[in-house]
Design a protein around this ligand. Structure first.
Ligand code: NAD
Ligand code: UD1
Length: 340
C-alpha cells in the first residue's frame, strides 16, 4: 500500500527535491512549511514537474494546534523533517531564534507525532555534528559534540532528543541523516537553491559570480593543510541526497530503533577545484581572491559513506561535473531565483 509522508520544510531547497523523488517512488505526500525561507513557486513547480497535486499546509512546526489538525486530517505514516533554520552566521547572532525554531519546533513536532501515533521520522542532521574530525573520511561512529555554533548545536541536540525518545518508547523508528555539502539542482532547471541575500555557502556564491550577479568569489583561507591550501568538502548532488531519504524511509519499515547514516560521496574537493569545475561547466569565468579564514571553518571534511551503501543500498552517483552543470542550468534559467 502507498505510504503517506509528511514533509516538513518541503518547499525549501532539499525538501522540494525530496518531494519529486518520493513521488517518483510512489509515495503520497503532504507538505508543511511556514515559508520563512522559501517561495511557494517552488512547490508550484514541483507539482508541475510531477503532475501530482500535493496538499500543502502553511504552518509553523511550533504550532501544535496546526500539527494536530494536520495529523487528524491526513493518515500520515512517516515524517521527513527538513524544516529548520540553517544559516550558521545568523545562528551566532540570534541563538535564541535558532534554538526556538529548530529545537522547540522539533520537540513540538515530535509531541504531535507521538499524540497521533506517528512514530517514524527521518531527520535532517549535518556533518557539522562531528566538529573538526580527528581524521577523514568520517564514519558515523566518530565522536560528535565539538560543534562550533548554535546551528550545529541545534542539530546535535535534536539528534539527542530523538535518541532519548527512542529509548523511552521502543516503537519509534528514527533515521538521523548527516548530510555533507548539498549542491546541484533538478535536471529540469526548474527548482534549485534560492538563498535570500548574500549566499553564505560556496556553490550558490560561485554560481552568482558566474551569472554576473557578483564580481568575484572570496576564498576563505589558502593556508590550510590541504593540497592547494583551500578548504576541502564533500559536495553531494541534492538529487542523490533526496534519494537517500527514500531509501532511509524504506529501511525504517524493517524495524524500530535509531539509525544514523552519513550522506556524502566519499570524495573531497577544494574551493579552488570547485571554482574551476564551475568555469568548465558554465563556460563563464569565476574570478576569485584569497581572503582570511572564516571563523569556525575546518580544513577538510568528507564522508565515509559505506554504511549507507551497505545498509540502504544507496550510493551517490552524480559527480562534480553534473553538480556544476545542474547548478548552472538552474542559475542561468532563473538568474534571480524563484523571483525571475
Ligand atoms: P531551506 O531553508 O531551503 O529549507 C528549509 C525549509 O523549512 C524552508 O522552506 C523554510 O521555510 C522551512 N522552515 C524553517 N523553519 C520552519 C518552521 N519553524 N516551521 C515550518 N517550516 C519552517 O534549507 P535546506 O537547505 O533545504 O535544508 C533542509 C534541512 O536540511 C534543514 O534542517 C537544514 O538544517 C538541513 N541541512 C541542510 C544543509 C545544506 O547545506 N543545505 C546541510 C546539512 C543539513
Ligand atoms: C557550512 C556550515 C555547516 C553547514 C553547511 C551547510 C560553517 C562553518 N559551516 O558548511 O555547519 O552544515 O554549511 O549549510 O558555516 N567558502 C569560500 N567562500 C565563500 C563560501 C565558502 O571560500 O564565499 C569555502 C569555505 O571556507 C569552505 C567551503 O567553501 O571551505 C564550503 O563552505 P560552505 O559552502 O559554507 O559549507 P561548510 O562551511 O562546509
Amino acid at each position: 500500500m502507498k505510504q503517506t509522508i509528511l514533509i516538513t520544510g518541503g518547499v525549501g531547497y532539499i525538501g522540494s527535491h525530496a518531494c519529486l523523488e518520493f513521488l517518483a517512488a510512489g509515495f503520497r505526500l503532504v507538505v508543511l512549511d511556514n515559508l520563512c525561507n522559501s517561495s511557494l513557486e517552488s512547490l508550484r513547480r514541483v507539482k508541475e514537474l510531477s503532475g501530482h497535486n500535493i496538499p500543502f499546509v502553511e504552518a509553523d512546526i511550533r504550532d501544535r494546534a496546526a500539527l494536530d489538525r494536520l495529523f487528524a486530517e491526513y493518515a500520515i505514516d512517516a515524517v521527513i523533517h527538513f524544516a529548520g533554520l540553517k544559516a550558521v552566521g545568523e545562528s551566532v547572532e540570534k541563538p535564541l531564534r535558532y534554538y526556538d525554531n529548530n529545537i522547540a519546533g522539533s520537540i513540538t513536532l515530535f509531541e504531535a507525532m507521538q499524540a497521533a501515533g506517528v512514530k517514524t521520522v527521518v531527520f535532517s542532521s549535518s556533518a557539522t555534528v562531528y566538529g573538526d574530525p580527528a581524521s577523514v573520511p568520517i564514519r558515523e561512529d566518530f565522536p560528535v559534540g565539538a560543534t562550533t555554533n548554535p546551528y550545529g548545536r541545534s542539530k546535535l541536540i535534536i539528534e539527542q532528543v530523538l535518541g532519548d525518545l527512542a529509548a523511552s518508547d521502543p516503537e519509534w523508528r528514527i533515521a538521523l541523516l548527516r548530510y555533507f555539502n548539498p549542491v546541484g539542482a533538478h535536471k529540469s532547471g526548474r527548482i534549485g537553491e534560492d538563498p535570500r541575500g548574500t549566499p553564505n555557502n560556496l556553490m550558490p556564491y560561485i554560481s552568482q559570480v558566474a551569472v554576473g550577479r557578483r564580481e568575484y568569489l572570496n576564498v576563505w583561507g589558502n593556508d590550510y593543510p590541504t593540497p592547494d591550501g583551500t578548504g576541502v568538502r564533500d559536495y553531494i548532488h541534492v538529487v542523490d541526497l533526496a534519494l537517500g531519504h527514500v531509501k532511509a524511509v524504506e529501511k525504517l519499515r524493517e524495524g524500530p530503533g535509531v539509525r544514523i547514516w552519513n550522506l556524502g560521496t566519499g570524495r573531497g574537493y577544494s574551493v579552488v577545484e570547485m571554482a574551476r569545475a564551475f568555469e568548465q561547466a558554465s563556460g563563464r569565468p569565476v574570478p576569485y581572491k584569497f581572503g582570511p579564514r572564516r571563523a569556525g571553518d575546518i580544513a577538510q571534511c568528507w564522508a565515509d559513506p559505506s554504511l549507507a551503501e551497505h545498509e540502504l543500498g544507496w550510493k551517490a552517483s552524480r559527480g562534480l561535473e553534473e553538480m556544476c552543470e545542474d547548478t548552472w542550468r538552474w542559475q542561468s534559467m532563473n538568474p534571480n531565483g524563484f523571483d525571475s
